[in-house]
Design a protein around this ligand. Structure first.
Ligand code: AHR
Length: 658
């Protein structure tokens, strides 16, 4: 009893003294250090959690080309019909023949369930399109309806339109429909009216109001969330998707360009990777393909970083060497990489550059980076990567190449790969860490001792996966913020960092936490999103040295009272941004001394932006998307030292001017 009392007394005294103690930070304001790269904070996109089809890609019809292995998955068909496979698009040959059942009181119709339903907004306009023909000639009639199953328990059409099919040849028909209701889970029905047989193929429904009003476009609220993040980098298309469970199902960028109707379906490995999150209807249509990706990168001002297969299928799932492409037969894969650069940057007279121009973008996209391999490891990876590097250097000498350090943030594979990447001359090395709280707390100084002469760091996938709390919550975001001070402080070698994964549908996720969540109509930006946004919003241009009185960086180390900190100069704005994360349970007194000021110079406070939640396990939700937001307050101060108090479990950005 006495011992317990003593222990708790000592703990209280330590806490009180830490609270009372002023933590002195010194910032060298007259010596702008390393440049913070424009690519420093970016986004990682992978089609996991229904991020593309059913997510960012605004198509509302599932299995629109009848190419899922179960060709009618997602469809309900009644009446008389045939599934046929001699359609107009050779890589998607299946289509549906709707036939008059032979009696005026019998009907043929087909319904699509969408992705967890079809989300419609009252007054919203939707572009329905279908490739169709009347094989017997004459004029066939299709009645198109949005079915609102939710209202009053009855089946009701919230919008109807008629499409008259008047050609024996395949043609695209299009009609704009307006929804009379808001319904997150509507159904699309295509009803055969009249007696004429009609063939239908590539049945599509998009909101007219997509991001930037583009056809075959992106869901507006989700693209807006990306834009609002101001990412400097956009990694795509993954992740494990790059590799495939087997090589046949790796992401093939060449299948993802050209007319959408003829982009062949690929399976999505996240359909079955986690048995407890099995989604039998999860496929990749490639509707959001590499053209759309480059365009979106341009729209949101991010440098694209495509990652391509190095000829190794997912190594977690394939121990047998025979699953992989042998090193002496890599040409097709190497060509893929070089041709992608041509697709992005090549002159319009080149094979792939001309396709880009045909698709609507004669100007080059200005691709600067390419990743080869995702989470690869071992000697086999090094052997696979080497010929890629040689060939890319020769064909596209300006492109920077990103290699992998394997799936782990440390350990034997990691230790082996880093020197190998340096030896091969990779420009950047991709590191991944989905790690618990203890790891994030211990990594504030991770990059301080990295070799300054070697490749640069790309922290390509990371997120705090709480111990027993592998979902989004404020404390995880706070620890990410704390860890990121170390990225920022080491911006001379850390050139890129992307939290992962980016998107998740609340009804279709396989992996948590994620940055942005949504259902069919609503979306929510997580606490981790706001942390990322605070870093992109106050990225600055140059690192400023920030230390304690003892000259040590503030990395959450022993004796630093749970504080992590970094500082940058924004030379364009003439401002200083100081980021502080207090991961402890108590408020902390801080005094920032500005070193290097001239005699008459002072520093003036402009604003403080603080991020905190009393409930550390909480996050924003679809019902309360604005529950936990950064708060702004004026920072009233002018002088050579700034006294501050930062609350417990708080991340703050202090905006200052000289
Ligand atoms: O982000 C989810 C997965 O995590 C990625 O596909 C893979 O690269 C990593 O293991």
């Amino acid at each position: 009893m006495k011992i317990r009392f003593l222990v708790s007394l000592v703990a209280t005294l330590v806490a009180v003294s830490a609270f009372a103690q002023t933590n002195v930070f010194k910032i060298r304001v007259d010596r702008p250090g390393a440049q913070v790269q424009p690519t420093m904070y970016g986004i990682f996109f992978e089609d996991i959690n229904f991020a593309a089809d059913g997510g960012l890609y605004a198509e509302l019809v599932k299995n629109r080309s009848f190419e899922f292995p179960n060709h009618l998955q997602g469809w309900r068909v009644g009446g008389k019909y045939e599934l046929r496979d001699d359609g107009p698009f050779e890589r998607n040959p299946h289509y549906l023949r709707l036939i008059y059942p032979g009696h005026p009181h019998k009907h043929t119709a087909v319904e699509n369930e969408g992705f967890f339903g079809i989300g419609l907004r009252k007054g919203g306009e939707y572009r329905f399109s279908v490739w169709a023909r009347v094989p017997d000639g004459g004029t066939g009639t299709l009645e198109i309806e949005f079915i609102d199953r939710a209202s009053m328990g009855e089946v009701q059409a919230s919008a109807t339109a008629t499409v008259r099919v008047d050609s024996r040849d395949w043609k695209k028909y299009e009609v704009i429909m307006r929804s009379e209701v808001t319904d997150p889970k509507a159904t699309l029905r295509i009803f055969l009216a009249g007696t004429q047989t009609v063939d239908i193929e590539h049945v599509s429904l998009f909101p007219v109001d997509t991001w930037m009003g583009r056809e075959n476009g992106m869901r507006k609220d989700l693209a807006q969330a990306l834009y609002d993040l101001h990412p400097g980098l956009f990694r795509f298309p993954g992740g494990c998707i790059v590799e495939g469970t087997d090589l046949q199902t790796r992401y093939s960028w060449k299948n993802s360009v050209g007319p959408v109707e003829n982009r062949p379906l690929n399976e999505n490995r996240w359909q079955y990777t986690f048995k407890h999150r099995f989604y039998p209807d999860y496929y990749q249509t490639y509707g959001l393909g590499f053209y759309e990706y480059f365009l979106l990168s341009e729209d949101i001002g991010a440098e694209p970083l495509p990652v391509l297969s190095c000829g190794l299928a997912c190594q977690f799932q394939n121990e047998d060497e025979s699953a992989h492409q042998s090193v002496d037969a890599l040409q097709e894969f190497i060509d893929d990489a070089i041709d992608l650069v041509e697709f992005a940057n090549g002159d319009v007279t080149t094979e792939w550059g001309s396709l880009r121009a045909e698709m609507g973008h004669p100007e080059p996209f200005g691709l600067k980076y390419i990743g080869i391999g995702n989470e690869q490891w071992g000697e086999t990876y090094v052997a696979h990567l080497e010929p890629f590097i040689a060939a890319i250097r020769e064909a596209c000498p300006d492109i920077k190449i990103v290699g992998s350090s394997g799936p782990n943030s440390e350990g034997a594979d990691f230790d082996y790969l880093w020197p190998e990447m340096a030896r091969l001359g990779a420009d950047l090395v991709d590191e991944h860490f989905y790690r618990p709280e203890t790891w994030f707390l211990s990594q504030g100084a991770r990059y301080d001792d990295y070799d300054r002469q070697g490749p640069k760091v790309f922290a390509g996938e990371y997120a705090c996966h709480g111990d027993g709390k592998k979902w989004n919550h404020f404390e995880a975001a706070l620890l990410e913020a704390a860890f990121m001070t170390g990225l920022e402080r080491n911006a001379d070698i850390v050139h890129m960092a992307t939290y992962a994964p980016l998107f998740a549908h609340v009804e279709g996720w396989q992996w948590r936490p994620d940055l942005i969540w949504y259902d069919n109509l609503r979306s929510m930006r997580s606490c981790s999103y706001y942390v990322q946004q605070l870093y992109t919003g106050y990225k600055g241009t140059n690192v400023l040295e920030l230390t304690g009185e003892d000259g040590r960086s503030i990395t959450g180390a022993e004796g630093q009272n749970g504080l992590f900190a970094s500082a940058v100069l924004d030379s364009a704005m003439d401002r200083i941004y100081v980021k502080v994360a207090n991961v402890s349970d108590s408020s902390r007194q801080i005094r920032i001394d500005f070193d290097g000021l001239k005699r008459k110079e002072t520093v003036r406070g402009v604003e403080a932006v603080t991020y905190h939640s009393d409930d550390l396990d909480a996050d924003n939700t679809l019902d309360e998307p604005d529950k936990i937001l950064p708060a702004r307050s004026p920072l009233v101060f002018e002088g050579k030292s700034l006294p501050l108090e930062i609350g417990p479990k708080t991340f703050a950005v202090y905006i200052l001017e000289k």
